[in-house]
Design a protein around this ligand. Structure first.
Ligand code: TRP
Length: 329
């Protein structure tokens, strides 16, 4: 039996290099692995649990969806859905799940408390229910594996609890989903501190950047005199060297390391070559993205077909839950 994996992407708009190397590439590998059956979903209903802009939400959904197709998610191999296309079934299931979980359990989640601090005027029922909506995303397909970061562990714990309770009280056969790490790279900020992040201005290279933009962004990466007794292991120079390794290979990195303790690195040249190497990797992705942008009917059809394929599985699960919970089928 294939292991069923569900990956959820928030509609954050276009991806950057960190998303690509850190998450998307790992997901791509899974869809080509015969041991796995992969499902992908852009979770737009989750977006409404915190303040958001209704007029641009579907543009963000489409941007993420197109970027994932452009980097190589293949609708022939994986079902790729937009969550709200299955809103009727997923929100319905999450309501049934809310009947086996207590308010106290939900209120004490660290992720909930963080959001309460962030948006004290937006503590809604939807926010409290966020983890149950996520449990429904996963369990509606009876997916046992979920590739997410460690910050999502409390939510998966909820999904496992829901699965256990539904199995014990109603005789369902939900798996207890586990988090697993896909093979991804840690992608540092180009500013030298922390990781590449959408919310840190200037830290990222976007998947859609052209060569000039990449050059301009790398210009802002902090450097030093280019010479020293030992090669820095953290900060701007260390991060630049990591990018060199990611895009130009380990041998190139060692050349620079030798130069650092020898005749010195010329960062102008390093950055220029690095920008070219990064752009070379992004160019085919950008080309595929342009083709998709010029063919909106194809994208619409992929969204529709993804929803139809997933709907068949989701309907069966909801029907089973309704019957076992004593509701009309
Ligand atoms: N909570 C997840 C996050 O913030 C997003 C998400 C929602 C998700 N539903 C999911 C991830 C289902 C995986 C599976 O990243």
């Amino acid at each position: 039996m294939k292991k069923r994996v569900l990956a959820g992407m928030r509609p954050t708009g276009r991806l950057h290099l960190g998303n690509y190397l850190g998450a998307a590439k790992g997901m791509l590998a899974l869809q080509d692995d015969p041991d796995y059956e992969t499902l992908f979903t852009v979770v737009d209903i989750h977006a409404i649990t915190t303040p958001y802009d209704a007029t641009s939400l579907q543009q963000s959904v489409r941007d993420v969806y197109l970027d994932y197709l452009a980097v190589g998610l293949d609708p022939e191999k994986s079902a790729i859905t937009v969550q709200s296309d299955l809103a009727d079934l997923i929100t319905q299931l999450s309501f049934y799940f809310s009947s086996v979980m207590t308010v106290a359990r939900m209120r004490h989640l660290p992720t909930f408390k963080d959001k309460v601090k962030q948006h004290p005027d937006y503590v809604t029922m939807a926010l409290l229910n966020y983890p149950l909506l996520m449990a429904a995303d996963i369990l509606i397909y009876k997916a046992g594996m979920v590739p997410v970061g460690i910050d999502q562990e409390p939510h998966l714990e909820i999904a496992r609890e829901v699965a256990r309770k539904m199995n014990e009280q109603y005789g369902m056969d939900f798996p207890e989903p586990v988090r697993f790490a896909t093979k991804g790279e840690y992608v540092p900020s180009i500013l030298g501190e922390g990781k590449m992040s959408k919310s840190v201005e200037g830290s990222a290279i976007e998947l859609g950047d052209d060569l000039d933009t990449i050059v301009a962004r790398l210009k802002k990466a902090p450097t030093d005199s280019g010479k020293g007794e030992t090669v820095p292991t953290e900060g701007g120079v260390a991060n630049l060297l990591q990018f060199v390794e990611l895009f130009q290979g380990e041998a190139k990195r060692r050349e620079y390391e030798a130069a650092y303790v020898g005749e010195g690195i010329r960062y102008g040249d390093l950055k220029k070559e690095l920008a070219e190497a990064i752009f070379a990797e992004l160019q085919p992705i950008q080309e595929r993205r342009r083709k998709l942008e010029n063919n909106p009917e194809y994208v619409d059809r992929m969204m529709r077909e993804g929803a139809e394929r997933s709907r068949a599985i989701a309907e069966a699960t909801v029907a089973e839950v309704r019957e076992k919970m004593g509701l009309r089928k």
